[in-house]
Design a protein around this ligand. Structure first.
Ligand code: FCB
Length: 453
């Protein structure tokens, strides 16, 4: 595609967005904080998983990551310079409750208090996400998210964090990408806790929905005027060919994965098509599913990155290949770049579920950034990725989707889970030896796009 076929002018791109639109950055605790064994933090399942031989591409862990635990003031300052209106971060459950329940670790609570205060002082609105996959190891040892007791554990943890921060934080998120946690962590085994058992994954998904509902109640009880949502990852799902088999497979996959969470959250129970696919594949063997409670959402968070093509190897559900269409434009994650997919997913979510508000709670890209001798990173590919996706959000807004925010994933290059430090998503470069941060060209560009009028 020629570079001139889309708009990159930041001022023109910002045009359709209202003045109070929430422009910001998203991050998560384990990916940036480091200080893994400091100030009383207990281990999480990611500390354990990262030690498993072969689990992480470069053998690394989040022990140090971006050292954000010590450098949070500088990072907040950096976000302020870049004109961020809001910052979405997650609290590490095992930093505030080292064994998941019971005794509170005061230094852990203090850290999040200081972070919130620094953000507010810099004019940046905090959005607190309670769960970005780093379950306390002590709770995994008691059955983890596969055990229905997790609903109570999670609600108590939510109540605690809400009680500590709720006087200053009004924007909340219960879960990030519950499908990734359930399926990649418990069926595919490529994320912590590294299990490969579909019935367990289905129990985990069910318990996440119940834990979400319980946490929403707990937050509402503690925080006056709370605005609560959840981040669901919905990429565009497309059949690889126009064969009937691929078309059916794509519909089954999107029902068994995306609607599996969305339908219950919007009070519709589990979707029939997805249910049949999971049942036929044996995923529900021995699993007792009843109607999960509705989500009671003030906003729906959408994490969007790519288009997934589904090609069926047979007529059996889950006997599918899912990935970027061959020959498509791709990022370093081998993800198919599809900004029109973001527009269409937003329009479709709005038509299907009519959420009160939608925020794009993650969007961004990994590219092989080259740092030049002068330290500059001319990441034109990332800049263009963001420009095209922001234009797509603008189109959805004009089509009537009630969009209120957009969060770039991510401020900093960070620990990309099982890919370790081999994929850089930051619009700010991190030199992991010196911990030096330097704004890439995409950061300077985003800074102009979101400048306050
Ligand atoms: C999302 C995750 C986030 C990050 C991005 C690239 O699935 O929520 O932590 O890894 O992908």
């Amino acid at each position: 595609m020629s570079r001139s076929t889309f708009e990159t002018d930041p001022v023109r791109l910002a045009g359709p967005f209202p003045a109070d639109f929430a422009w910001g950055f998203a991050a998560s605790a384990y990916q940036i904080e480091g200080a893994a064994a400091e100030d009383g933090r207990g281990p999480s399942i990611w500390d354990t998983f990262a030690r498993r031989p072969g689990a992480i591409a470069d053998g690394s862990s989040g022990n140090v990551a971006c050292d954000h635990y010590h450098r949070y003031r500088d990072d907040v300052q950096l976000m302020a310079e870049l004109n961020a209106r809001t910052y979405r971060f997650s609290t590490s459950w095992s930093r505030v409750l080292p064994t998941g329940t019971g005794a509170v670790n005061q230094p852990g609570v203090d850290f999040y208090e200081r972070l919130v205060d620094a953000l507010l002082a810099a004019g940046i609105k905090p959005l607190v996400n309670l769960f970005h996959w780093d379950l306390p190891q002590a709770l995994q040892d008691r059955g983890g998210f596969g055990d229905p007791a997790v609903v109570g554990w999670f609600a108590d943890y939510a109540a605690l964090v809400a009680a500590k921060l709720g006087d200053r934080v009004k924007d909340w998120m219960t879960f990030n990408e519950p499908a990734v946690f359930a399926f990649l962590g418990h069926a595919d085994g490529i994320h912590a806790p590294g299990l490969r058992d579909w019935p367990t994954a289905m129990r985990v998904a069910d318990n996440e929905l119940r834990a979400h509902a319980a946490a929403v109640q707990a937050i509402r009880a503690e925080v006056e005027g709370a605005r609560i949502g959840v981040a669901i990852d919905v990429n565009q799902v497309a059949p690889a060919t126009d064969s009937e088999r691929d078309r059916v497979a794509a519909e089954q996959w999107s029902s068994a994965r995306d609607a599996w969470f969305l339908d219950p959250l919007f009070g519709r129970g589990y979707p029939t098509l997805g249910f049949e696919a999971h049942r036929e594949a044996g995923h529900l063997d021995g699993v007792d599913l009843s109607e999960p409670p509705a989500g009671d959402l003030d906003y729906l968070g959408l994490n969007y990155y790519r288009r997934d093509s589904v090609s069926a190897r047979s007529d059996r559900p889950f006997d599918w290949e899912i990935g970027a269409a061959p020959g498509s434009e791709q990022t370093l994650m081998d993800w198919h770049v599809a900004p029109d997919g973001l527009r269409d997913v937003l329009i479709d979510l709005n038509a299907r579920y009519a959420p009160a508000e939608i925020m794009v709670t993650e969007n961004g890209a990994a590219y092989p950034d080259a740092s030049e001798p002068d330290g500059r990173v001319r990441d034109v590919d990332r800049l263009e990725y963001l420009a095209r996706h922001i234009a797509a959000v603008g189109e959805a807004l004009r089509a009537g989707v009630p969009l209120t925010g957009y969060y770039v994933w991510s401020l900093l290059d960070n620990y990309e889970w099982s890919l370790g430090y081999t994929r850089r998503f930051g619009i700010v470069r991190v030199d992991f030896d010196s911990q030096r941060r330097s704004a890439k060209d995409s950061a300077r560009w985003y800074q102009r796009l979101i400048a306050r009028p």
